[in-house]
Design a protein around this ligand. Structure first.
Ligand code: EPZ
Length: 417
């Protein structure tokens, strides 16, 4: 098991290039199953979740390989419809192959994602909506056995709850369904817009017809295409907070600031100096951090994927704050670890109360999930002395070259076996 060793306290100075988005790449990769043509994807981040998705596609018969920086996918010989537990259990987004497999073959056997550190991760919204397209399914021995005896047929579907994955699965499935599908109460995360931009380039007929409504007319012709995925807005938000918490001075490049205006406004309210230009942001951390009460929400609200990171910053505010986690039922695994570094955070249901004026002390810690693990690094950067973070495989799922990027801006951080 690898660990990270972080020596604080360090002020981060310099510039960081943001990688491609993991959460845009995963649904886009899954949706390539719709096509039998060669597809070239650019700006795909080299992180473990992407590797897992590539292995999942290969297990389904896809040919996938990196040619220099491009990821080339050829599904001409792709003919399997079985997504195994061993691949889906480590990466819940594996369920996103269900929609395209049903659209293409009319049947699929896909492992249930199973729970994880942040929650039970049900897929009821995916299945309810797919059944509206004519899919029949049964859950048996940990798998969804799904089939559409008469193929997928377009329908009007209203999601009872906003779900990123369910919206993505249904958009992809509807692309080859016969007739018109209208989805309403969709998630509208930027990664979903990236997915629909990609699918339109593939030749699909998709139009956003309302804030959370989309109209899809099934096609039977899919083109060959090249596409570059968007930047990772959660990685960008993480480094903005890193500059703020270390009283550093960073230029975050290869981003579109408008996509993360909620995060920028929240950081400005907390007292962080932010200058946004067209494709980059300059962020200057200062001594004074103001307290703020935050609730996580679906886009364009404050993202749950930055909840752990902003919590660390609020520990340094002059007064106490609270955070309410309204998306996942168990996303406070990082609290116990932060309290071991001297934080005073108390959990009440889906709310945490965060005492201010905390000086983090170095400690030996354990990462529990992807975003929690990076919040421990943020705290460690401000703590004098050596912090050890165990189980950093969580980190490797979603942050490309994290140590290298941090070292380049002055962090003292290294991986130890
Ligand atoms: C996506 O997960 C992201 N993952 C998550 O990022 C992100 O935290 C989440 O959206 C919310 O923004 C990817 O894009 C690969 P949901 P997803 O369906 O699709 C409940 C990261 O760190 N729900 O919007 O699984 C669910 O339990 C990851 O990169 C149902 O009840 O999220 C949760 O409470 C973590 N039934 C809420 O909805 C369903 O059928 C939101 O889940 C589906 C979801």
């Amino acid at each position: 098991m690898q660990k990270l060793e972080v020596f604080g306290a360090k002020k981060l100075k310099g510039q960081i290039n943001i990688s491609g988005s993991k959460n845009a790449s995963l649904p886009i990769l899954a949706s390539t199953l719709l096509s039998n043509k060669k597809i070239y994807l650019k700006n795909i981040p080299k992180v473990n979740d992407i590797e897992t998705m590539i292995n999942l596609l290969k297990s389904l018969g896809s040919k996938v390989k990196f040619e220099k920086k491009d990821l080339v996918i050829n599904n001409s010989g792709q003919d399997k419809k079985f997504a195994a537990y061993k691949l889906v259990k480590t990466m819940r987004a594996g369920i996103l192959v269900l929609g395209p497999l049903l659209a293409k073959f009319g049947n699929a056997k896909v492992s249930l994602p199973g729970g994880c550190a942040i929650g039970s991760r049900p897929i009821d919204l995916h299945l309810q909506a797919l059944s509206k397209l004519g899919v029949e399914y049964k859950i048996y021995q940990g798998y969804v056995h799904a089939f559409a005896p008469k193929g997928l047929k377009g329908s009007n579907i209203h999601f009872s709850k906003i779900s990123v994955g369910a919206t993505e699965n249904l958009i992809i499935a509807a692309c080859l369904a016969k007739g018109i599908t209208k989805l309403s109460n969709c998630a509208i995360e930027p990664e979903i817009k990236d997915l629909t931009n990609f699918l339109v380039k593939l030749g699909c007929n998709i139009k956003w017809v309302g804030k959370r409504s989309i109209k899809i007319i099934g096609v039977n012709q899919i083109k060959q295409t090249t596409y570059s995925v968007m930047f990772d807005r959660i990685e960008a938000g993480t480094y903005l907070i890193a500059a703020a918490i270390t009283e550093g001075n960073l230029i975050i490049k290869k981003i579109i600031p408008d996509v993360i205006k909620t995060e920028i406004n929240i950081l400005k309210k907390i007292g962080v100096k932010i200058l946004a230009k067209k494709r980059e942001i300059k962020v200057i951390g200062g001594k004074k951090i103001k307290n703020l009460n935050i609730k996580t929400a679906p886009y364009p609200g404050f993202p749950t994927d930055l909840q752990a990171q902003i919590m660390v910053l609020l520990c340094k505010a002059s007064k106490e704050s609270f955070i309410q986690e309204d998306i996942f039922e168990n996303r406070f695994m990082h609290v116990a670890e932060l309290n071991r570094m001297g934080a005073q955070i108390s959990i009440k249901g889906n709310k945490v109360l965060i005492k201010g004026n905390i000086k983090f002390a170095s400690a030996e810690l354990m990462a529990t999930d992807l975003r929690a693990s990076v919040s421990l690094i943020l705290a460690a950067l401000t703590a004098k002395g050596k912090t050890i973070i165990n189980r950093i495989y969580h980190l490797d799922r979603g942050y490309e070259e994290l140590e290298k990027k941090l070292k380049k801006v002055g962090a003292k951080i290294r991986r130890i076996k």
